[in-house]
Ligand binder design. Structure first.
Ligand SMILES: NC(=O)c1ccc[n+]([C@@H]2O[C@H](COP(=O)([O-])OP(=O)(O)OC[C@H]3O[C@@H](n4cnc5c(N)ncnc54)[C@H](OP(=O)(O)O)[C@@H]3O)[C@@H](O)[C@H]2O)c1
Length: 289
């Protein structure tokens, strides 16, 4: 009996160590990484509409493309025309996947310093535009009895993001809308995958900062893995952001305490194009006057 117990403990210990090592090297959450490869049959010959594909992550997601110029802030009539047009492509096959990827630029500022202009622009591009498009597209999908929304949210939609309060607010907002949409319509064939990446390597404003970032190509690949397997929410990031996401989700008191400790320092690090995700931010705590 004693021998059996010891063997069992050993097995648990080995599993724990293996999981820990996997966690240290992971660039996504366990459910996502456990799926392995893209389920090809789920995406083959499907019509995919992706916003914001001119650069960054979106550029890596589509292969055969037809460009449909669209400003998400251009108003109801223009969005409605875009939906009709997208539905009419490929012999009116209809949109199978709508990937809400576009986002307003992410200027860094404290929660109080954010300008009225940035506040409205961020919410219009990141929240109002995608929700309006969705409301217009869903009736077509419901007629076909199928449709899948893939929403590029962010780790900032799961945890506080000091220095990016409005961006964070916009991503929490889309998480809320799209998870609710799924709850309401999943029995009618509508699927939703919310993707929450941490830092991703994209050319432009953040160049010069020293954070460890997942490549755009890998982020796009994991997004397609998540969507093709019908995962409801997927996290894509290296540590420490991935670890903080787990903490805030499963041990919120600890997670929020941690974020409160680094908040002020993180704004400074971002302004100096330093590593805004470094664990060193936890130390070197000067008392603010
Ligand atoms: N990069 C990261 O580290 C990171 C981390 C977490 C989450 N994300 C999320 O992942 C998504 C892609 O990020 P990214 O960094 O790859 O994007 P990005 O390089 O900042 O590109 C943004 C895209 O959105 C488009 N866009 C901006 N305003 C628009 C508007 N009014 N109407 C239509 N399109 C508009 C841009 O088009 P133009 O070229 O025409 O301006 C561009 O194609 C975003 O939702 C972002 O929040 C990114």
């Amino acid at each position: 009996m004693m021998m059996m117990m010891m063997m069992l403990c050993l097995v648990f210990l080995v599993i724990f160590i293996a999981l820990f090592i996997k966690f240290l090297t992971a660039d996504g959450d366990f459910t996502l990484l456990s799926k392995g490869k893209v389920k090809r049959e789920e995406i083959q010959d499907k019509v995919v509409w992706i916003t914001g594909a001119s650069r960054g992550i979106g550029k890596y997601a589509p292969s055969d493309v037809m460009i449909l110029p669209l400003d998400l802030t251009s108003g109801e009539e223009s969005l409605s025309m875009a939906v009709e047009k997208a539905e009419s492509f490929f012999g009116a096959a209809g949109v199978d996947y709508m990937i809400h990827n576009a986002a307003y630029e992410r200027p860094k500022s404290t929660a109080l310093d954010v300008t009225e202009e940035t506040l409205k622009a961020t919410l219009n591009v990141n929240v109002v535009g995608p929700i309006s498009l969705t409301r217009m597209l869903v009736p077509y999908m419901l007629k076909r009895g199928r449709g899948h929304f893939v929403v590029m949210s962010s780790a900032a939609g799961k945890t506080p993001a000091p220095g990016q309060a409005v961006y964070s607010a916009s991503k929490f907002a889309v998480n809320g809308y799209f998870h609710t949409l799924r709850s309401e319509l999943c029995r009618k064939g509508i699927k939703v995958t919310v993707v929450c990446p941490g830092p991703v390597e994209t050319p432009n404003p953040r160049t010069g900062s020293t954070e460890r970032r997942v490549s755009s190509a890998r982020c796009a690949e994991l997004t397609i893995v998540a969507a093709s397997h019908g995962i409801k929410e997927a996290w894509i990031s290296y540590k420490p952001v991935l670890a903080v996401m787990y903490l805030v989700q499963y041990m919120p008191s600890v997670g929020y305490w941690l974020m409160d400790k680094i908040g002020g320092k993180r704004v400074e690090a971002a302004a100096q194009k330093g590593n805004a995700y470094s664990v060193n931010l936890l130390f070197d705590q000067k008392k603010e006057s």
